[in-house]
Design a protein around this ligand. Sequence first.
Ligand code: KDG
Ligand code: MG
Length: 412
Amino acid sequence: MKIERAEVIVTSPDRNFVTLKLTTDDGITGIGDGTLNGRELAVASYLSEHVVPLLIDRDASRIEDTWQFLYRSAYWRRGPVTMAAIAAVDVALWDIKAKSVGLPLYQLLGGASREGILAYGHASGKDTEALFDSVRSHQEQGYRAIRIQTGVPGLKSIYGVAANVTQPGNEGKRYDYEPAQRALRPAEEDWDTRSYLRHLPTVFEAVRGEFGPELPLLHDGHHRMTPIQAAKLGKALEPYDLFWLEDCTPAENQQALRLVREHTTTPLAIGEVFNTVWDYQGLISEQLIDYVRSAVTHTGGVTHLKKILEFAAQYQIKSGIHGPTDISPVGMAAALHLDLAIHNFGIQEYMKHGDATNRTFKQSFTFEDGYLHPGDQPGIGVELDVDEAGKYPYQTAYLPYNRLADGTVHDW
Ligand code: KDG
Ligand code: MG
């Protein structure tokens, strides 16, 4: 079973996606997601210029060997572009292997460890009333766990509550278009940590008051706090029993989590910007976190993320695989197979894609009553409609960035 063709397909149905499609000499196809939000063309070029020529005529069944070959032979290891490119190849090869034996991928990863995958959705609102509406709407859609992001008085726009949703005339629009804003320059947002720290506990108090103690609630700090500020927030949120506080400090300095951990029992999640097990080395072995947030797409695929999660399992640390809409349905499906198979599953992030994306990527995974399932189609269960993809050429898009009141650039 040799790889005969390798195509890099960039399409922008609702936002940009990079997909690698491999075809074997016996006609089996496999697809993998290599989308890196805001830097999509870097991965597309890494794949087309440097990886595709190496794949032709390789044995498609040698997944581990191909992973090690791409990782080690480049010499320049790790990094989001490299690891997203390797992920695209890895998932496409798993798709092919599972199709070649007529099984859904999770069966090759050890079989199902559970009946369904608990998912959390993103509720947000610029004020409490809008936030409550959003929580209710997520509950009506079936979500049983909900991330809470809210506006902060005095700030015009904020992560998780998009500026375009809060502007007059745009009410009710999907917020997820903002983190991939199609424009020639990144949008500028504003930030003030002290206002945020004052406001957020009052929001969680109101949400618990309205929705009761049972509903699992999550929050994303999106890398904005210093360790001592994050420790203060974790402590202030303890009465509201969060499922997790995510990315409370910038992920570059993993040791920061030690200080946070020493001061709070609020569970900590981190890792959506990590690429390899080395980013987690101390965090896992010293039990400084509770959830691993990596995406299959940004961590070298199923092969490498499975190893990270097995390492985490020895320390009672669970999975919380990254799943916003910048993970394509291909990356999402790969995550679901892993979620179903591993023992230390925690929760799966799940934001629904738009209609054009769903037409472009035919999916067999399901979301019912709060639980996802990858389905039982052979492979990962997603097919790319190449004609549909061709209707949506790449569009320049950037993540937003932050400035403080005095004009200083801050983490977004
Ligand atoms: O591309 C950036 C997004 O993936 C990120 O902002 C989403 O933080 C995120 C999350 O937790 O889903
Ligand atoms: Mg996040």
